[in-house]
Write a protein that binds this ligand. Structure first.
Ligand SMILES: Cc1cc2nc3c(=O)[nH]c(=O)nc-3n(C[C@H](O)[C@H](O)[C@H](O)COP(=O)(O)OP(=O)(O)OC[C@H]3O[C@@H](n4cnc5c(N)ncnc54)[C@H](O)[C@@H]3O)c2cc1C
Length: 295
């Protein structure tokens, strides 16, 4: 029986793990990976103490710090969580007096025909991971927010031609990013909706709708940057969700089930940022410690 099981190894999970270990609690951290969203980020310029650091570097520092304590760490996927608490993974079952869910978010998909067929064969959700594979190619970025523009700017260092499609008439990316994209030659199109992806083995053509007509454009890569969804399924039945599927927590990271805490991007905490996720992870662990003292 553990004192606490932490689900997730991003900034929130790693920090919760460090705080739990420093309270001498019997701690198990289960995570699919130590990558999370931060590990998929190129350069980070707003983590205090590091003027500039890459996402993978920062995550490897978090992991090293976490592993310097004597806590149990399992790299596997949590499949379910039952009140009490019982956690099932792909290979085992674990019992714990408390649980902290810090499972973060995943990219939203377009949901169009062909998308799943070309994942890894032209359809990409992580620009930093895959941009170098598109050297000299023509690529489309989908999404006119900051993520879409950052992705398009990064791609101009590799691809021969970068198009950006936004479905609505409004570009929401910061002005500074729009200016940089223009300088780097990104071609921006509004009111273009992706309809279907086609090709033999790899992506070759993209159908889109513009002004009520279906048009086709040749493309080797399609970078989907249309936001993200919380990975909150395992908490179903034990917590309340907001309309975005985020776990509702109070100021102490408590959920509606006693002993079950949540922190970071999976929750309804405003502003999804590394420093906030780490802070919330610390708060969840301290709150969990207070709960165990009184339980
Ligand atoms: C492209 C991009 C760029 C960004 N740039 C910045 C930036 O410059 N500065 C900044 O402050 N923020 C940035 N962010 C936001 C920042 O990455 C997040 O706020 C932060 O990573 C949230 O941390 P987290 O620990 O809550 O979740 P995550 O980082 O998402 O980590 C969640 C962890 O849980 C694991 N997990 C999920 N489900 C399970 C399961 N069922 N079983 C086991 N493990 C599971 C995942 O594998 C992962 O390791 C960026 C995000 C993106 C997507």
């Amino acid at each position: 029986m553990y004192d606490v099981i932490i689900v997730g190894g991003g900034p929130a999970g790693a920090t919760a793990g460090i705080y739990s270990a420093r309270k001498n609690l019997k701690t198990l951290l289960i995570t699919k990976d130590f990558v999370g969203q931060t590990g998929l980020t190129g350069i980070i310029e707003n983590w205090p103490g590091e003027k500039e650091i890459t996402g993978p570097e920062l995550m490897s520092k978090f992991e090293k710090h976490l592993r310097s304590y004597s806590i149990d760490i399992k790299e596997e996927k949590v499949l379910s969580l039952e009140k009490g608490f019982k956690i099932k993974t792909e290979s085992e079952e674990y019992l714990s007096r408390s649980v902290i869910i810090v499972s973060g978010r995943k990219s939203r998909e377009l949901g169009v025909p062909g998308e799943k067929d070309f994942i890894g064969k032209g359809v990409v959700y992580c620009t930093t991971c895959d941009a170098p594979l598109f050297k000299g190619k023509r690529v489309i970025v989908v999404g006119g927010g900051n993520a879409g523009f950052e992705s398009a700017i990064e791609l101009t260092d590799h691809a021969a031609e970068v198009l950006l499609f936004e479905v609505s008439p409004v570009i929401t990316a910061d002005e500074i990013l729009q200016k940089k994209a223009k300088e780097k030659g990104v071609k921006v199109f509004k009111e273009r909706e992706i309809k279907e992806l086609r090709g033999s083995t790899f992506l070759e053509e993209v159908d889109y709708e513009e002004s009520g007509k279906i048009e086709t454009v040749k493309a080797d890569g399609l970078f989907v940057q249309i936001g993200s969804l919380p990975i909150s399924d395992i908490a179903r039945g034990l917590v309340e969700f907001n309309e975005s599927g985020e776990i509702i927590t109070n100021a102490r990271c408590e959920t509606k089930t006693r002993g079950l805490f949540a922190a970071g991007d999976v929750t309804d905490v405003p502003y999804k940022q590394i420093v906030i996720a780490a802070g919330e992870g610390a708060k969840a662990a301290l709150s969990m410690y207070d709960y165990l003292k009184d339980a």
